[in-house]
Design a protein around this ligand. Structure first.
Ligand SMILES: Cc1cc2nc3c(=O)[nH]c(=O)nc-3n(C[C@H](O)[C@H](O)[C@H](O)COP(=O)(O)OP(=O)(O)OC[C@H]3O[C@@H](n4cnc5c(N)ncnc54)[C@H](O)[C@@H]3O)c2cc1C
Length: 289
């Protein structure tokens, strides 16, 4: 399968890339990152950009750094780079753990952190992680730079707050203490999960002081398990508390049926996966005390 013809440019700065997107706006210009989602879409002719603006030569977008307690990832950081980076292990171990579930190593060697977020697949791991960790996404456009909280970035299936002509440049993740867990249910390792759960739970003296939990695969966008967070916070959780937290969340879910299963199947899977995620994050939080 071959894509339809397109023009190609490989700028070396964000400013140059923005200019190319503006100049070729009428020709359906599109950004190319790792190509792991866009190229298959082009080959199937589900995407037909007239111009590809390849970000892979923009050095400034490939860096990982710590700014105090904030992890800062350039949008073009390869998934495999982030997975094994010491800064990520220290400041956002939830992200490192989740990256191990994204496809297979050869795909992670090309796929980028920013590409996964911008692609916004409802089944993808990284949007749920960004939501759970309260990440901020830095976006550059013709009018300058703006920062979008992850909670406002994902607006629908494969749809984000990015406007035409804008580029996601940076992902900023505040450090969180406590225990983290990324768990998912998938038919085979390396394929998109049916449901994923990203959790960070902080405890003090056995009691939960803060819980941040997000699910993928249960809606068009990643969703916060707000009812579970409320139920857990302020308790010294036992089995009944965890069950109540899971039940309260699942009661609010109404995932669409699809080829992978009915609404009821997805809810059952969400129930089991959420429970696993909460229990693992709690165990790790308690082990770290
Ligand atoms: C076999 C296979 C299995 C996979 N399994 C999984 C999986 O289990 N979980 C998972 O999460 N993903 C999976 N993926 C997708 C993979 O993670 C992709 O790498 C990711 O979705 C897209 O990242 P990319 O860098 O390749 O982006 P690209 O494919 O280059 O781009 C994707 C989209 O995002 C836009 N975009 C990219 N970067 C930016 C930016 N900086 N600013 C603005 N727009 C941008 C592009 O224009 C395009 O529309 C799989 C892919 C394959 C081929």
């Amino acid at each position: 399968m071959k894509p339809p013809p397109f023009e190609y440019a490989a700028p070396t700065s964000v400013a140059e890339a923005l200019e190319l997107l503006a100049v070729h706006a009428q020709g359906e210009a599109r950004v190319l990152a790792g190509g792991q989602s866009l190229v298959p879409l082009m080959n199937f002719r589900l995407a037909q950009p007239g111009h590809l603006v390849d970000l892979r030569r923009i050095e400034e977008l490939t860096r990982i750094r710590a700014e105090g307690d904030t992890l800062v990832l350039g949008a073009m950081v390869r998934q495999s780079h982030a997975e094994h980076a010491p800064e990520v292990a220290l400041l956002a171990p939830l992200l490192a753990e989740a990256l191990g579930y994204v496809a297979h190593p050869p795909i992670r060697n090309s796929g980028t952190v920013g590409g996964s977020l911008a692609h916004a697949d409802p089944a993808a791991e990284l949007p749920a992680v960004a939501l759970a960790l309260g990440a901020e996404l830095v976006v550059a456009g013709p009018q300058g730079t703006r920062t979008v909280p992850a909670a406002d970035f994902f607006v629908g299936a494969f749809s984000t707050a990015l406007e035409p002509g804008e580029i996601l440049t940076e992902v900023r993740i505040p450090r969180r203490g406590g225990g983290h867990a990324f768990v998912e249910f998938t038919r085979t390792h390396g394929t998109f999960a049916i449901v994923g759960v990203a959790s960070v739970i902080e405890v003090d003296g056995g009691g939960v002081t803060r819980a941040s939990i997000a699910l993928s695969g249960v809606d068009a966008v990643p969703v916060r398990a707000a009812a579970a967070e409320r139920t857990l916070t302020g308790t010294v959780p036992d089995d009944a508390t965890v069950r109540a937290a899971v039940d309260a969340t699942v009661a609010e879910l109404s995932p669409s049926a699809d080829v992978h299963g009915s609404t009821e199947t997805r809810i059952d899977i969400a129930r089991a996966t959420l429970r696993r995620g909460i229990e693992l994050a709690l165990t790790r939080a308690q082990d770290r005390r």
